[in-house]
Unconditional design. Structure first.
Length: 305
């Protein structure tokens, strides 16, 4: 049965357009201005303390902590500031945090009646329900941004399957660094250097305890050197045609480590990391974290005679 909420569905006039041509929209396009302003004003209504904190963090001067005044001031010169305001609202609202982390959604009475009816939903009138509506609004408008429910902020929209895989990796011990790398890559204000730094740290946190557990000052570079020189002691879960050789893994780690050109300021190879490098590094690190934390990379078992 087709899911009517499928985000891949397109109106008739756009169904023939390839995914590559369906570019997501940066900033706040005209058709999103009114809905976004209405959502913000309603969400912040009767919350003067939160409104004032948001105004302070976004450097917007207000005569009084009024939500409508904040919305109008934010959109006066640059409409994209509205997205910054939304981003800060999601990050500062402790009431939303409580609903997401403690209270949680409620079972739906209609659960099981149809495939498209969810088993759980946010209570009507809750902040989480309002944020869910915001997420739908951004998706319907073709915005390049969506709600990051884990980090409680906005992030750049990525493929749902890729995002889900990354979120699973973030639940591992290296998840703190991976979450920071993800936020620095896909947040409202990307920071490629920080994203790459955190991607390296995430891979190190996952790999070092497995490959070099007795070391005290190990790096991803040393993990790479060990696997390159002593690869016959290790194997991958996939045997393939090369008997589980870790050569592909070694190449991946080498790519991530050697591509970190911004780690040594002053060296001949130093230059700022690019955004496309950071994106690739974060997803590569997520794969490495998953492999190391699930036993896909392990000491080679003795061959059976």
């Amino acid at each position: 049965m087709t899911d009517p909420e499928n985000p891949d569905w397109q109106p008739l006039s756009r169904r023939h357009i390839s995914t590559r041509e369906q570019a997501l929209l940066e900033g706040v396009p005209d058709h999103l201005v009114r809905p976004l302003k209405t959502w913000l004003a309603k969400y912040l209504a009767d919350h003067p303390k939160l409104t004032e904190r948001v105004a302070l963090q976004t450097r917007i001067a207000l005569d009084t902590p009024d939500s409508e005044q904040l919305v109008e001031a934010a959109s006066a010169n640059d409409l994209s500031v509205l997205l910054d305001v939304v981003d800060v609202v999601l990050h500062l609202d402790k009431g939303l945090w409580w609903e997401l982390d403690v209270a949680g959604p409620e079972p739906t009475m209609e659960a099981g009646m149809a495939e498209w009816i969810p088993d759980f939903s946010w209570p009507k009138g809750s902040k989480a329900a309002a944020v869910e509506r915001l997420d739908e609004m951004l998706m319907d408008a073709g915005s390049a941004f969506e709600v990051d429910w884990l980090q409680r902020c906005l992030r750049r929209r990525v493929d749902a399957t890729v995002a889900s895989a990354a979120e699973q990796a973030m639940s591992k011990d290296a998840g703190t660094h991976l979450r920071a790398a993800w936020a620095a890559t896909y947040g409202r204000h990307p920071d490629p250097a920080k994203a790459y730094d955190e991607a390296i740290r995430a891979a190190e946190a996952a790999a070092i305890p497995i490959v070099l557990p007795k070391g005290t000052r190990e790096t991803l570079g040393k993990v790479h050197a060990h696997l390159r020189d002593a690869g016959d002691k290790w194997e991958l879960a996939i045997d393939g045609t090369n008997d589980g050789s870790v050569a592909p893994l070694t190449e991946m780690i080498g790519l991530l480590w050697k591509g970190h050109v911004a780690r040594h300021a002053g060296s001949p190879a130093f230059r700022p990391q690019r955004q496309d490098e950071a994106q690739m590094a974060v997803h590569l690190a997520a794969t490495l974290v998953h492999w190391f934390s699930t036993g896909a990379i392990r000491p080679r078992r003795r061959s059976q005679a």
